[in-house]
Design a protein around this ligand. Structure first.
Ligand code: SF4
Length: 169
């Protein structure tokens, strides 16, 4: 299985394992519900890339706010009472990528759910948490095995086929 997919699995596991108490200690912001003017949203067509971290990603939208850009990630479900940690870290990664590519740090990002949106401050504590997670992922990647099978049929049915560099299909 390619390193990217393994990384995502490990990230998911790390997120599940993290306790609520630890989240509070890390300063993960609870977020503030806001209303969002969707007419100002600009779809993002090109992925953002940080060559130093080897990190790439594409938020669903960017909102121009003065000279800054605010990343917006859209989730299809209803807003939870508190944003999920995985969503928060995904948004933090987009904030980092926006800062890297524009040179301007977004003060916050937005998680848009079906019924409302959270405004999440891109704090230094959150940035540090993201950095720690990425470091853990890099260590895991360095020791990860490659594809674990030789079945083209399995690759043809795989949801990661289009982005997999080890596909047999
Ligand atoms: S396309 Fe094949 S090698 Fe790549 S992740 Fe899927 S099953 Fe594994």
């Amino acid at each position: 299985m390619p390193a990217l997919i393994l990384s995502l699995l490990i990230l998911g596991l790390l997120l599940i394992l993290a306790s609520r108490r630890r989240l509070n200690w890390l300063g993960i912001p609870a977020g503030r519900l806001i209303s969002l003017d969707t007419s100002r949203l600009k779809p993002v067509t090109e992925p953002l890339y940080d060559p130093d971290l080897g990190l790439t990603g594409r938020p669903d939208y960017l909102v121009q706010q003065g000279r800054r850009r605010i990343p917006v990630e859209v989730k299809s479900g209803r807003a939870p009472k508190r944003p999920h940690r995985s969503h928060v870290l995904q948004l933090a990664a987009y904030c980092h990528l926006v800062e890297t590519t524009t040179g301007k740090r977004p003060p916050y990002g937005i998680l848009k759910y079906a019924d409302s949106a959270y405004k999440l401050h891109y704090t230094h504590a959150l940035q540090q948490d993201l950095s720690n997670i990425l470091g853990t992922l890099r260590e895991a990647q360095d020791s990860s095995p490659g594809r674990s099978h030789n079945s083209p049929g399995r690759c043809r049915a795989c949801g990661y086929l289009s982005s997999c560099d080890q596909s047999l299909a």
